[in-house]
Structures are given as C-alpha cells and as structure tokens.
Ligand binder design. Structure first.
Ligand SMILES: Nc1nc2c(ncn2[C@@H]2O[C@H](COP(=O)(O)OP(=O)(O)O)[C@@H](O)[C@H]2O)c(=O)[nH]1
Ligand SMILES: [Mg+2]
Length: 240
C-alpha cells in the first residue's frame, strides 16, 4: 500500500474549517451475510457492533477532504425479492455511487459468483441507464473477499481461490483485497484505496468536461479562413 497516509487512529480527520465540495455516495454491495455491516462497523467504529447500515463520514485523503455517505446494500434482495423490496432504492443508491465495494465471503463461492455476475451487471445497468441523470460521473469499484480469519482455524473452508478473484478483478480494472472485517486497518486501507481511485476519476471527469467545453467553444468561434483574413486586414486604406 502506498505510504502517504497512515492508517492508524484518526489522523485522517480534515483540518478545521476544511470542507468537501459535495457529499459523495459509496455503496457496500454484496450478498446477505457476507459481512457488509461488519465492514462498515470496522470502518466507522473500529469494532463490530452490528449497527451501522447507513452512515456519513468525512476524511482527508491526499490533501483533499472526502465527505461521503456509505450505504450497505444487499444483492440477495435483488434476486429474492420480498414485499418490502424497493427497486428505486437500489437504482438510486447504485447509480449515484461514485465508489462501490463489491464484497463476498471467501468461504462462500455462491457469494462470489452472485456479486461478480448478476449483481455486477445490475450495477452497470444502473450506471448506464441513469448516466445522464447523475451527470455521467465515473464509478470506481474494489473487490473485497471477507472473513479470512476463518481460515486460521479451518483452512479447508476456503471456497474462493485468491487467484481466481484477483484475475477477475484485474480483468475489470479494479483492485482486490482479502481481509477480515474483524480488523480495522485492512478495512480502512481498502476504503482509502477506493477513495483515492474515485478522486482520480473525478479529476479525469473534470478534465474531460473542460476539454469538451473548450472544443465546443473553439468550434463555435471558428470562422472560414477567408473571413478571418479579411477581418484581420480590415478595410483597404483610402487612396485619397
Ligand atoms: N469470522 C468472521 N465473521 C464475520 C466477518 N464479517 C462478518 N462476520 C459475521 O457474518 C455474519 C454476517 O455479517 P453482517 O455484517 O451482518 O453481514 P451483511 O448481511 O452482509 O451485512 C455475522 O454473524 C458477522 O458477525 C469476518 O470477517 N469474520
Ligand atoms: Mg447488513
């Protein structure tokens, strides 16, 4: 992990008076029981309390303030809808997210297959169909294999090969982490990495926006060559 930011304690608090320009959205997306809530508990509170389903957090990464709302969203509910299922919540949360933690449980192959197939496709459908409504912002993802602590006592319970997950992540241009939501630092490192990627994507989006503004401006300003020459030369001097 690159070293500019220390991940211990709360040294990532923004300096007083330093505010983010906007509140971003980060989604924690995975099957039921993979540890989404435990992941957020560790991120926010450095302990497991099974409490945090939805929260907002401000931090300071690479000299910038990053203020975001973190939402735990279950991909199981997409497949096994009950009467409380609200598709609007899914579409809105995923389409607005500029960062997504795709999380699975390394002891459940099913949880890996669902998040990297149907759920991942659903995420991109939300992005594509809603792209214009959310200003066409980029979305960055990381892939997280949770519950590695289980392997210490029961190594045979691993169902998802590290290499397979890593290859899939690489094929989609994202980073892969194996961790346990029982430990604070690995969770924070993963979130930091995602936030850094989203900040870079924002800069790229902004540069593209400026470029397309410039191109439109240049085009509208473009007169035929003869017209430009004639206005530069002006009227002929009077021979009188
Ligand atoms: N051993 C172990 N158990 C975990 C870990 N993360 C979550 N769990 C347990 O897995 C179950 C589901 O976790 P939860 O965060 O509620 O999953 P969610 O449905 O994805 O939000 C709970 O019993 C957690 O205590 C982990 O890293 N290691
Ligand atoms: Mg949960």
């Amino acid at each position: 992990m690159s070293g500019a930011v220390s991940h211990s304690g709360w040294d990532d608090f923004p300096p007083p008076g330093c505010l983010a320009e906007e509140v971003d959205q980060i989604a924690i997306f995975g099957e039921s029981q993979v540890g989404k809530t435990a992941f957020l508990d560790q991120f926010f509170k450095a302990r497991t309390v099974n409490l945090y389903h939805d929260n907002r957090h401000t931090m300071f990464v690479d000299s910038k303030v990053f203020d975001a709302k973190y939402t735990d969203i279950s991909s199981t509910a997409l497949r096994i809808a009950d009467s409380t299922f609200n598709p609007d919540f899914f579409v809105q949360t995923l389409s607005e997210a500029i960062g997504v933690v795709l999380i699975y449980d390394i002891t459940s192959l099913e949880s890996f297959e669902h998040i990297t197939n149907g759920a991942y496709m659903y995420l991109w459908k939300c992005k594509i169909y809603m792209g214009n409504d959310v200003g066409g912002k980029s979305c960055e993802c990381i892939l997280v294999g949770n519950k590695v602590d289980i392997l210490e006592k029961e190594p045979l319970r691993r169902e998802v090969d590290r290499e397979v997950a890593e290859q899939w992540a690489q094929s989609q241009g994202m980073k892969h982490f194996e961790l346990t939501a029982r430990e604070h630092n690995p969770v924070r490192e993963a979130v930091y990495d995602l936030v850094r990627a989203t900040q870079k994507a924002k800069e790229r989006d902004e540069a593209k926006k400026q470029q397309s503004k410039k191109t439109t401006h240049d085009k509208s300003d473009k007169k035929p060559l003869w017209k430009r020459i004639s206005s530069a030369i002006g009227r002929p001097e009077s021979s009188a």
